[in-house]
Every structure is written in structure tokens, then in C-alpha cells.
Design a protein around this ligand. Sequence first.
Ligand code: ADP
Length: 346
Amino acid sequence: MRQQAQSESVRWLAELRRSADALPDASVLVDQRGRIRWFNHTAGSLLGLFRPQDRGHELGARFAGTELGAWLRHGGMGPVTDIASPLPEGPRLGVMLIPVGRRARILLARDVSAISRLEQMRRDFVANVSHELRTPLTVIHGYLELLDPNDVPALAPVLDEMRTQSRRMGQIVEDLLTLSRLEAQQTAVDDRVAMAPMLASLLREAEALSQSRHRVELVRESRADLIGSSRDLHSAFSNLVSNAVRYTPTGGSIRISWRDVGEGAVYAVEDSGYGIPADHISRLTERFYRVSSSRSRATGGTGLGLSIVKHVLSLHQAELHIESRPGKGSTFSCEFPAARIQRTAT
Ligand code: ADP
């Protein structure tokens, strides 16, 4: 009787293994010490794991020197939607680590090459269209600037509107090209970005945009500098400044600040403006997402500013936090980790 139950269990186990081998996704069971205990057949074609030689290896060490290995070394935090396979010429992978029991884990990997290709096509298409539009727009804009409204006074308002719209189109194209460039980057450059001149220039920009319609203040509590791309960080920070000016009615106040928080530092722009209803906040960084299209357009917005901010911050491993109360104002904070902070004097 006992023998019959045992052979029944063995049959079950074999059937389970066959089913796991037939799955289109790679699954790798890792024990509490991080060692590879078992993996299915697909782990061979997607990750290059083969039985029996790869059993018992430490998972992170097995993939050392690859993008997957780096992700595992950083704790395998959160699912990753597009990463290179450790195999040369291998597919693009979506990976995640699932905790099992007390400390064991399963690494799941899926072939996302088709989605990745489509995503690349979308990126190329947007970049190409924007690039193609740049020259004709520059020509139209140039001719519009040459026309003198005094020659045909009746057409002056029309000419004025045409100039405004061609400038807006030009700005949309420039913002789309910036986004394409940021999307194509994997990491930011590691230059030292001096924050004192950066903050001074942001304050000047805020004052120039505001034209004395707001109280503008700079609070520099941190002496830290940043490590990253000066050009991209300036573009992100100045987008937040420009939004604060554009979405704060005359008489309001704007505060730009830079302060230490733990080992990291936070750049924030606080305004006493219109504010944003809570249900919009999670979507603000989507391309062309606007709470009020008319207000955005009236102030020369492209709807792309916060997407640029999000991309720049993610290239610097920083996070964007948005707090807002309708009618009271908003605070946009960029939190930089210790790894992006330089505190020593040069
Ligand atoms: P836009 O060019 O329209 O300003 P953004 O991507 O910079 O595009 O911002 C997206 C939307 O988020 C804006 O249209 C606006 O509705 C809202 N928003 C951004 N910053 C602020 C702010 N400081 N106060 C209120 N609303 C804001």
C-alpha cells in the first residue's frame, strides 16, 4: 500500500516536471542560500542554464558580468520589463523574483523580444517624425518673423496667432526630440554638477518668467553637488520652475529649495498656485496628460514637461514626489540617492 502511494507520488512529480518544462517562460527555483535548486527546460533557451552542471551554483554569481547579474546583485527589486538575456544574441527578457516560503525564491523570465521591437519602432517613429518636422517648421517660423504686421494691419491678429502656434509646434518637436534622446539612454553621464550656479540660474529663470507677478525665493540648505548630466538636470529642474510660474496666479509665491535628506538630497519647487486634484496626480508624467488643456495651452505648455522630468530623474536613480492641494498649491520634489551626491569640496 505504502509502495503504491510512493510510486503514485513519483509519477505526480514526473508529471509536474514535464508540465513545468513545457512552459514558455523560464522558471528557476533558488534556495534560501541563493543557490540554483531546479529549473525548467526553457531556462536553457532564455538564460543558458543546463542540467546538471548549473545546479547548485549561486544565482547571482552564475550571471555575473551581465545586466541580469547586476539586477540580481541589487536585490532583484521589482519586476524588470526589458533586460538583455545573459546569452550572446539572446532574446530581450522580462524578469521577476517571486518569494516562496520563508527565504526561497523563483526567478521567472519571459521572452519580450517582440514587444521590445515594437517599442523600439514606436520610439524610432516618434524621433523620425519629430526630426522631419523640424526643418519645415523652422522655415515657416522664419518667414512669419519676416512679415511685418504694419504692412497689412487687418491681418495683424492672424499673424500674431500664426507666430504663437508655430512657436508652440516648434517647442513640441524639440520636447519630443529631447524625450527620444532620453529614452535611448541607459544611464546618465557622471559629471559633477555644481548646484550653487545651477540654483542661481534657476532663480533667474523663475524671475524672468514671472516678471514680478510672484514672490520668488531660493532656499539653499544643502552644500551638496550632484553627479549626473548638467544639461538634463537643468532641463528637468527648469521645467518644474516654469510649471510653478505658469500654474500660479499673480500675487502667489514660489520657493525653490535644495536640502539634505538622510544621505541623499532633495530639490523641490513649491508654489501657492491652482493645485492639482488628487485623482490626476498619478498620471501627470504621461505624455500630453494635462489637468486643464486650455490652461496648459494658454501658458505655452506642450504637455511633455513632466515626462521629461520623470525620464531625467529615472536616469539619475532619483524619484519624483508630487504633493498638491487644489486651490492651495503644489510641491514637486526630486529625491536623489546618496550615490548621486558629491559632498566633498574640489
Ligand atoms: P504642460 O506643458 O501642460 O505644463 P507638463 O507635463 O509640464 O505639461 O505638466 C502636465 C500637467 O500637470 C499640466 O498640464 C498641469 O495640468 C499639471 N501641472 C504641472 N505642474 C503644475 C503645478 N505646479 N501646479 C498645477 N498643475 C501643474
